[in-house]
Ligand binder design. Structure first.
Ligand SMILES: Nc1ncnc2c1ncn2[C@@H]1O[C@H](COP(=O)(O)OP(=O)(O)OP(=O)(O)O)[C@@H](O)[C@H]1O
Ligand SMILES: [Mg+2]
Length: 243
């Protein structure tokens, strides 16, 4: 199963990927590809693991030392069955100024990953030139689109609608409201003419949880419990697709 998670910058895509990945990895091998090629993302994702620059997704997409994707997948230190690819803190990430011209290489990496793992989550970046976006939108069985229920979120979704249409992805989109904090979600659904399949609340403690490498579903507050419930609903929808 190939799932993409997309949205503008800092809307909670990686946090949701971690939460969903943790649930899915309990019953199947799951790989999360963090496609942000501008900064090291792996240190946070596989917290506490020593990483070699040779095993970075940036290396992989720019030719790499081997074309075998397994070399670039890092097992999560505590969650069995969960693997990550992304940029490390040891590689020269400033050399990976790779845009849409690398879309074929990205497609190849995605294909290899789906051959190895039962579930692949493409944790896309908010950058328009992310080379993984074309394949993600064209091939993912479900494209989870995170939309903040505010003016920026509405404008962003309206701006990317033509691309979703061009990639024939609209029927595969699962719209999810993100970081809700006293927003009028109904008004946004009306404005965008869609129904959110999940509504993720703003959870203050998620920032801290992220820094410690803990599971985003382990928060202790009521907001965290609401977040966890919504993620489980979303996971149920994905499992329906995968069965
Ligand atoms: N529901 C939420 N409520 C509050 N904070 C959140 C929520 N989800 C994520 N965060 C926090 O917001 C910040 C951005 O989250 P995250 O990295 O998951 O976003 P992103 O969409 O992957 O960002 P990027 O576009 O940089 O990849 C992090 O500090 C994270 O802990
Ligand atoms: Mg991210």
């Amino acid at each position: 199963m190939l799932t993409a998670i997309w949205g503008r910058d800092s809307t909670g895509k990686s946090t949701l990927s971690d939460a969903l990945g943790g649930l899915l990895a309990k019953r199947s091998v799951t790989a999360i590809l963090d496609t942000d090629l501008t900064q090291p993302t792996l240190p946070q994702r596989v917290n506490g693991k020593k990483l070699s620059g040779d095993t970075s997704l940036g290396k992989a997409i720019s030719g790499g030392i081997t074309s075998d994707i397994a070399h670039y997948l890092h097992r999560h230190p505590r969650r069995k069955g969960l693997f990550y690819a992304g940029l490390t803190d040891a590689d020269e990430y400033m050399t990976y100024e790779i845009g849409l011209e690398a879309k074929d290489a990205a497609q190849d990496l995605i294909s290899q990953c789906t051959g190895l793992a039962d579930t692949v989550i493409l944790d896309l970046s908010g950058q328009r030139t992310d080379p993984f976006i074309p394949c993600a939108l064209a091939r993912a069985e479900k494209v989870i689109v995170l939309i903040t229920p505010d003016v920026q979120g509405v404008c962003w979704f309206n701006a990317v609608k033509p691309l979703l249409e061009a990639m024939d992805a609209q029927g595969r989109v699962l719209p999810v409201a993100s970081m809700i904090d006293r927003h009028a979600v109904d008004a946004v659904e009306k404005a965008l003419d869609l129904r959110f399949v999940a509504k993720l609340p703003y959870v203050r403690e998620l920032r801290q949880i992220r820094d410690t490498g803990a599971d985003p579903l382990d928060g202790a507050t009521r907001a965290a419990a609401r977040y966890a419930k919504q993620v489980r609903t979303l996971c149920g929808l994905l499992k329906e697709v995968g069965t």
